[in-house]
Design a binder for this molecule. Structure first.
Ligand SMILES: [Zn+2]
Length: 249
């Protein structure tokens, strides 16, 4: 096994959210700081976005000063984007980081809901996911599905809410690439999105339903998703169906 740099580091930043999705506040030190390139910390729990999940927002607190974080950019380092009106903490400053809880938890529930939906539609209809997007408490998945059978929407809705009620554990683990990809159906999206150089793969496992290679944040069990509503099933062309879901606040 290679070191953990493969999955929970971005440049100089240790990404706390990849091993503990419950972290909302933590201590860190500023490694770089500029209005243009953003703020780099040694430790961060700000999810930078990816897999359809948008980046976190939050604040850095230092000596009674607040720097709002309005986004995150992934480059050589993980760069936190400060609000234009706020002061920048100088390099070397100890800061308290905090991820905005309501938004993050809503995104974790939404991301988990999309996995659950993808798992159900694959299991019951054999369809692959070709695209996804989400905002807090609403999201959509695109499926490679030729025709929608009668009752598709009601059947998917009932099956999805059964899986919520079943309170399946959602577990995160990491495996060497070869081992991870030996798991049947591990890449259920139609295209393998995991880059060649990635040696350690982070897996998100809705126990008994769906295992995916994934860097996003998820709730601990399906019950925490809450009831799901299917807003719409759209026909977007040959073999292309879009399912929109909404969660309760
Ligand atoms: Zn995901």
């Amino acid at each position: 096994m290679t070191d953990s740099a493969e999955f929970d580091r971005q440049g100089r930043t240790h990404r706390l959210e990849l091993t503990d999705q419950t972290v909302r506040e933590w201590d860190a030190t500023v490694l770089a700081s500029s209005a243009d390139d953003g703020i780099v910390l040694d430790r961060s729990a700000f999810y930078p976005g990816g897999g359809g999940q948008p980046p976190d927002e939050g604040v850095l607190l230092w000596g009674g000063v607040q720097t709002r974080i309005v986004g995150v950019r992934r480059g050589d380092d993980l760069a936190l984007i400060p609000h234009d009106d706020d002061p920048l903490p100088p390099v070397g400053t100890p800061v308290r980081g905090a991820v905005e809880e309501q938004r993050r938890t809503a995104l974790m529930r939404t991301h988990s809901a999309l996995h659950l939906l993808g798992g159900v539609v694959y299991r019951d209809f054999g369809a692959l996911i070709t695209g996804s997007n989400m905002n807090p408490l609403e999201g959509r998945l695109d499926f490679n599905l030729d025709a929608v059978p009668d009752g598709f929407r009601d059947q998917v809705l009932a099956a999805a809410n059964l899986e919520v009620a079943a309170d399946r554990a959602i577990e995160v683990r990491v495996l060497p690439r070869a081992q991870a990809f030996a798991i049947p159906d591990i890449i259920r999206t139609a295209t393998n999105l995991v880059p060649e150089h990635v040696e350690i793969v982070r897996l998100v496992d809705i126990t008994g339903l769906d295992v995916q290679a994934d860097a996003g944040t998820h709730v601990a069990s399906t019950k925490a998703i809450g009831a799901l509503e299917i807003v719409k099933v759209e026909n977007k062309g040959r073999g292309f169906r879009r399912v929109r879901v909404r969660l309760q606040p």
